[in-house]
Design a protein around this ligand. Structure first.
Ligand SMILES: [Zn+2]
Length: 188
């Protein structure tokens, strides 16, 4: 299998027009955050161009970078109804934010995370098994975190988890109500 690399190139605000023109010619794409990306098997030529124009760049293996079509991929493999994986809220398709369960930034920076994914047979961070539906609130709270969010995302795929969670919450609420009633004379 050919190894494909993806460069993220940063052009300073006051950078020359030539640099942009050159990147465009090479087939690089500009993104909303101002960064440019380009894919290549051979890194030397692009590195040389970037060095010449004094552009900062980082190389990543393509499989650990965000793909352009992961949202479509998710909807192709997942039929409605959709629920947020982290809070179980029901979502309309257009409201679904497709989240990388293992965040892209973690997958490309941590060797351990890559090994963990490979153990599950996942060789690409945009694998459909790593894509989960999320509401805007949970997605913006989660950002690039793993840990407890990863656990919630995994457990959230099991119906029984939500049933047990609901029962525990109900039991806690009942306990609080009972205590409040029992000690009402103290508080009132
Ligand atoms: Zn949510």
């Amino acid at each position: 299998m050919e190894q494909i690399w993806k460069a993220e190139i940063y052009i300073q605000k006051n950078s020359r027009w030539f640099a942009k023109h050159r990147l465009k010619k090479l087939g690089a794409r500009q993104h909303a955050n101002g960064c440019w990306t380009i894919e290549a098997e051979d890194r030397t030529y692009i590195a040389r161009v970037c060095d010449r124009y004094r552009l900062k760049y980082n190389w990543y293996r393509k499989e650990w970078t965000r793909s352009a079509n992961y949202r479509e991929l998710f909807f192709r493999h997942n039929a409605p109804p959709y629920r947020c994986r982290y809070c179980h809220r029901r979502l309309k398709a257009r409201k679904v934010e497709v989240d990388h369960l293992v965040p892209v930034a973690k997958a490309r920076s941590s060797r351990l995370v890559q090994i963990g994914l490979r153990l599950q047979g996942i060789r690409n961070v945009n694998d459909v098994r790593n894509l989960v539906p999320s509401c805007h609130r949970c997605n913006s709270r989660k950002r690039d975190q793993t840990g407890i969010w990863y656990l919630r995302g995994v457990l959230g795929s099991f119906r029984i988890y939500w049933v047990i969670r609901g029962m525990i919450r109900l039991a806690l609420a009942a306990c609080l109500l009972f205590l409040a009633w029992h000690y009402r004379t103290v508080f009132l």
